[in-house]
Design a protein around this ligand. Structure first.
Ligand code: AMP
Ligand code: ZN
Ligand code: FE
Ligand code: FE
Length: 281
């Protein structure tokens, strides 16, 4: 499959390593026609990415990745917009506040586990970005408390590990409807992180489709071949789009490059048609 679009890329606006413009430049370097910037709970890097599209000769799609309430696993809803979504950043403010509140508690837990780390160190490394667990992981690596991201998450930061703190999130319905209200296309990100068995997964996706979900992320680094087949089949059953991307966070986080996963020409064309219909609806 010849990948033409990567629809899942993080930048420094959340927990990515690259500035939005650098990410766009990297996408062009990888030979893509289209890239979507999808930061966690913010579109603060989106305008810079859109502005750099022309310079780099590539299509840039405004996107977001919203964390939503879910058990047992993790639920992320991607949103794609036909143009910069005005007023959307404001709608994300409660999520951004919740992110800030979570980190003093995580630092406290780490301190109780005997790890020397301060909130100031975490906030300094995050800068203006939406702070996330990868920022804590970076501090832990810099200070020699862990070797790498894997160790930081498996020992301390992953859901269920001793320094994890739950954050306030939107309900799945609210996440989907907020994206729809801003003329966006809501897509279920990396369904494998839901940790659901087949029947529950089918039931849950049907529920999301009732709320207005328009697509499922199928091409994704951690999806097995049989998962991809299943997710694509469920998408077809509900008339949902099939999307994909690398979930790229930068050269320091994971070994893959932008464009390693995503959409081929035909899937991209179907996706674009649906996306740009939204601007006229
Ligand atoms: P947060 O926004 O604080 O919930 O952090 C979520 C981000 O942490 C994800 O987008 C990944 O960048 C990273 N992450 C989550 N789980 C892991 C893991 N097990 N190993 C490495 N990185 C992870
Ligand atoms: Zn992330
Ligand atoms: Fe995600
Ligand atoms: Fe992501």
């Amino acid at each position: 499959m010849h990948i033409r679009a990567d629809l899942h890329v993080h930048t420094r606006a959340s927990d990515g390593d690259l500035d939005p413009e650098q990410a766009v430049s990297q996408a062009r370097f990888s030979g893509l026609d289209t890239v979507a910037v999808t930061d966690h709970d913010t579109v603060a890097g989106t305008q810079e990415a859109l502005d750099s599209a022309k310079k780099h000769g590539i299509e840039v799609i405004a996107g977001v990745e919203i964390s939503a309430v879910f058990e047992p696993g993790t639920l992320h809803i991607l949103g794609y917009f036909p143009s910069y979504p005005k007023g959307f950043e404001q709608a994300l403010k409660p999520l951004q506040e919740a992110r800030k509140l979570r980190f003093p508690r995580m630092v406290e837990k780490l301190n109780k586990l005997g790890i020397d780390i301060s909130l100031e160190e975490v906030l300094k490394i995050a800068g203006d970005a939406q702070v996330g667990r990868p920022h804590i992981a970076k501090v832990l690596i810099d200070k020699g408390s862990v070797r790498d991201f894997d160790e930081a998450f498996s020992r301390y930061l992953a859901k269920g590990r001793p320094a994890y703190v739950e954050k306030e999130k939107m309900s799945p319905r609210e996440a989907i409807q907020t994206i729809l209200a801003h003329k966006g296309v809501p897509v279920l990100a990396h369904p494998f992180t839901l940790e659901l068995e087949k029947p529950e997964l089918r039931r849950f996706i049907r529920e999301l489709a009732d709320y207005g979900l328009m697509g499922i992320e199928v091409s994704y680094p951690e999806h097995t071949r049989s998962q991809k087949r299943l997710f694509a089949q469920i998408a077809r059953e509900h008339g949902l789009l099939i999307t994909g991307g690398t979930d790229y966070h930068g050269p320091g986080q994971g070994g893959l490059t932008i464009g390693a996963y995503g959409l081929d020409k035909e899937a991209l064309s179907v996706f674009r048609e649906r996306l740009y219909q939204r601007s006229s609806s």
